[in-house]
Design a protein around this ligand. Structure first.
Ligand code: CP
Ligand code: NVA
Length: 303
């Protein structure tokens, strides 16, 4: 594995290799064992959207592995003034050992990989959020002891989180049901992939149908970064798509909750449900650090 561009590119074996390494790095870090696996390596972190978790966990993760993280806001880069991604890729490949990029179009991430010569890691696009999903799978396995045979349920928008969770769940032996309003379905490439898994993937209009007997319930904001202007329209479209106590009664009694954060309490999730599952949600946030360290090691050391 050289890049992490989207979950669709990873084999099941590669996903489990990343999860196993992430578990190992987490365990060893907690026991004071250091790994300078990225000694002498520089990782560029390009952000065209805001971030708390992704930025800090990549910066700290690179530092912990002995490497140098360089935060690159697109506002301060020539790419933000129109320098083509093809040129940015070829220039940065001569300085850096890896680039993590958070942007809008998936094509920009794919182009960085196409024109550059170093590993590219997708730190979120409108299409997908693979680093987050690897942390989610890691957390689910940590709490449930396995992934195979579990039922995941995602309630909300069919964009980056839903797209990546469908692929991540199916590739790790889970089944997944989703609920979204009309017009907010997952990407056609994801639907085509999921079709091969028969009834292990189910799409519903009502959250109540999707959540039945779920082991893990996941949701995300109704208006993602870049969609702030649609917030009011989306509030209406997603009315009834809230994860609340009533909905959780239909899931398994020991169902866990994941939320990539930031969360909008009172919209996609209630304060009560969020706080009742805060332990799982903040472990998920921590696991971004461990999962990303594993991804960087796999990409950079294989390159
Ligand atoms: N979940 C996530 O990616 O968080 P940030 O937007 O804070 O990076
Ligand atoms: N769907 C959200 C995820 C944030 C981590 C967004 O794209 O803004």
């Amino acid at each position: 594995m050289k890049h992490l561009l989207k979950m669709l590119d990873l084999s099941s074996e590669e996903i489990f290799e990343i999860l196993n390494l992430a578990d190992q790095l987490k365990y060893e870090q907690k026991h004071g064992i250091e790994h300078k696996l990225l000694a002498g390596k520089s990782v560029g972190l390009i952000f065209e959207k805001a971030s708390t978790r992704t930025r800090v966990s990549f910066e700290v993760g690179t530092y912990q592995l002995g490497g140098q993280p360089i935060f690159l806001s697109s506002k301060d880069m020539q790419i933000g003034r129109g320098e083509p991604v093809q040129d940015t890729a070829r220039v940065l490949s001569r300085y850096l050992d890896c680039i993590m990029i958070r942007t809008f179009a998936q094509s920009e991430v794919e182009d960085l990989a196409k024109y550059g010569s170093i590993p590219i890691i997708n730190g979120l696009t409108d299409f997908c959020h693979p680093c987050q999903i690897l942390a989610d799978l890691m957390t689910i396995r940590e709490f449930k002891g396995k992934l195979e045979g579990l039922k995941m349920c995602f309630i909300g928008d069919g964009n980056n989180m839903m797209n990546s969770l469908i692929v991540g769940a199916l590739k790790t032996g889970m089944s997944i049901s989703v609920a979204c309003p009309e017009g907010y379905e997952p990407h056609e490439d994801v639907l085509a992939f999921a079709k091969e898994f028969g009834d292990k993937f189910q799409m519903f209009r009502t959250p109540k149908e999707a959540v039945v007997d779920a082991d893990v319930v996941i949701t995300d904001v109704w208006a993602s970064m870049g969609q702030e202007g649609e917030a009011e329209k989306r509030k209406k479209a997603f009315d009834g798509y809230q994860v609340n106590d009533e909905l959780m009664k239909l899931a398994k009694p020991d169902a866990m909750i994941q939320h990539c954060l930031p969360a909008h309490r009172g919209e996609e999730i209630t304060e009560e449900v969020f706080e009742a599952h805060a332990n799982e949600i903040f472990e998920e946030a921590e696991n971004r650090l461990h999962a990303q360290k594993a991804v960087m090691v796999k990409c950079i050391n294989n390159a």
